[in-house]
Design a protein. Sequence first.
Length: 108
Amino acid sequence: MPKFVKARPLDPELDDMLKFWCPACQEAHWVAVGPRSVWAKNLIWKFNGDYEKPTINPSLRVCYPKPGGDKVCHSFIRDGKIQYLGDCTHAMAGKTVDIPDWPEDKDD
């Protein structure tokens, strides 16, 4: 697998968790795509198996605390694109962008 792909397994030996770089949040988002994920519990997203043009179902909603209130990043991942939904609290709400390559200056 290329070093900097759009989506990648968190652990090359265990590809039940994927991560991708979110340009709106400027950080990685993770999603459980298999039953061995410690975070999956009973919720597992469907993944098309394409690391360059991933499609993940259903939508991915990431909530995290920040000073001044919780932040939300809610999106559909379709054919290598991030479609940010209207309930996002960042400036890219309502936009669709290509999933960027993994930033070389960020830890794998």
